[in-house]
Write a protein that binds this ligand. Structure first.
Ligand code: SF4
Length: 394
């Protein structure tokens, strides 16, 4: 199992570190802000990168705060001043106004949220700008605005729809929710947010994760017959589309997390057969049937808490990102912990934060150069903050 995981990781690594041509290298040597790593860093050994990151970190002192999402690899997480899920990290960034620079080791939408919630003098850096989130990319503002218009055409002006976006979405989608009486949710507070949304309207448009939306709506008591799935590529494909929308209390955007979609019920059956005392602990971005077959489900922070509070000898099969599961297993040798999918690869977008990128941006800061800053424009940030503050007020 370990060999397969390691082979998977190595093949990704080769794709992540680009080999630049001499012409490209020359262009980079003259660039002020560049978004493909210079060959110099790409060729450095792990030991050299480690030494350079530590030295740059020490030189920068309190001027920089490094945030590490739980799904980051150990070589990155060891430099994080704080670890957390996306929302906890954005809040922590806001709580460190003395840091001029926030280096966010996570993915793009997280760096945007940190920029929105941090003080104006702070600059947020995403070491590799190619670190996006495949789920967040499944909904864009043009598609969401088109959906909004089509829903109102189909349901009439009293459609009474509240838009809810998952934290895993671009800043302009959070702003869309802010402008249209909507709200943001995380996987921890999704049930409370859904309750809030139904106190403000008769229907909810939930994006971009169909599965978090469905699992949360079921928990709230909405039956599957009152849910409609919105496929942005072909929204009215079904002959009964209008009827389904009329019936729907919640409209679920057809988006998903590639990492959490790998888990299935067969894996749960196998784990239970092999380890009768096993507890199955899964993330709500998994499919409905996986969540229903599990013993417990909840956000990344919930998963960590369950394991931290469990007695020695507990056995867990966990359905979430592999770097986090491995770290939990390492930090809790008194328990037996493994990933429900034995050949799961790391989240391919989180994995793009390679130590070479961290070394590059930190050494840039030491040299007075801000590389790969993420900045949200004022208007978008304002409305996104409105939607985030509605969530914080719950
Ligand atoms: S684990 Fe899934 S939701 Fe999280 S960053 Fe990766 S693709 Fe996006």
């Amino acid at each position: 199992m370990a060999a397969i995981q390691s082979a998977c990781a190595e093949s990704k690594e080769e794709r992540i570190l680009p080999l630049l041509s001499p012409q490209t290298r020359a262009r980079h040597n003259h660039a002020v802000r560049i978004d493909t790593i210079p060959q110099f860093y790409a060729e450095m050994s792990g030991e050299e990168l480690d030494r350079r990151i530590a030295a740059a970190r020490a030189t920068l002192g309190e001027r920089v705060v490094i945030l590490g999402h739980h799904y980051q690899r150990d070589e990155i997480i060891k430099y994080a001043d704080f670890r957390g899920d996306s929302f906890k990290l954005a809040q922590l960034a806001a709580a460190r106004p003395e840091a001029e620079y926030i280096v966010f080791c996570g993915v793009h939408f997280m760096a945007e949220s940190a920029d929105i919630l941090s003080a104006p003098h702070q600059r947020v850096i995403l070491p590799n700008p190619a670190a996006g989130c495949s789920m967040a990319d499944m909904a864009n503002i043009a598609e969401v605005e088109e959906c909004w218009q089509m829903l109102h055409e189909a349901l009439g002006e009293d459609a009474s729809i509240v838009p809810v976006t998952y934290m895993n979405s671009a800043a302009n989608l959070k702003a869309f929710c802010g402008r249209n009486g909507g709200i943001v949710c995380t996987s921890s507070n999704a049930p409370a947010v859904i309750k809030w949304a139904f106190s403000h309207g008769r229907r909810v448009l939930f994006f971009p994760d169909e599965h978090l939306g469905r699992n949360t709506a079921l928990k709230y008591g909405i039956p599957e017959e009152q849910m409609a799935v919105w496929n942005p590529k072909d929204p009215m494909a079904s002959e009964d589309a209008e009827e389904e929308l009329q019936r729907a209390k919640i409209i679920l955007w057809k988006g998903y997390c590639t990492t959490h979609m790998r888990f299935n019920v067969q894996q749960i059956i196998k784990a239970r057969a092999e380890y009768p005392a096993i507890k199955i602990l899964v993330h709500p971005e998994c499919r409905r049937e996986v969540v229903e077959a599990a013993d417990l489900y909840g956000s990344t922070e919930f998963i960590i808490q369950q394991i931290e509070r469990a007695p020695a000898g507990s056995q867990w099969a966990v359905a979430t990102e592999i770097n986090l599961v491995h770290r939990l297993a390492k930090e809790h040798p008194e328990q037996f912990i493994f990933c429900l999918d034995p050949i799961v690869c790391p989240c391919s977008t989180m994995y793009r934060i390679h130590p070479a990128y961290l070394a590059w941006v930190l050494e840039g800061l030491v040299a007075g150069e801000v590389i790969n800053q993420v900045s949200v424009d004022g208007e978008t940030a304002h409305w996104a903050r409105v939607a985030l503050e509605r969530m914080l007020a719950l």
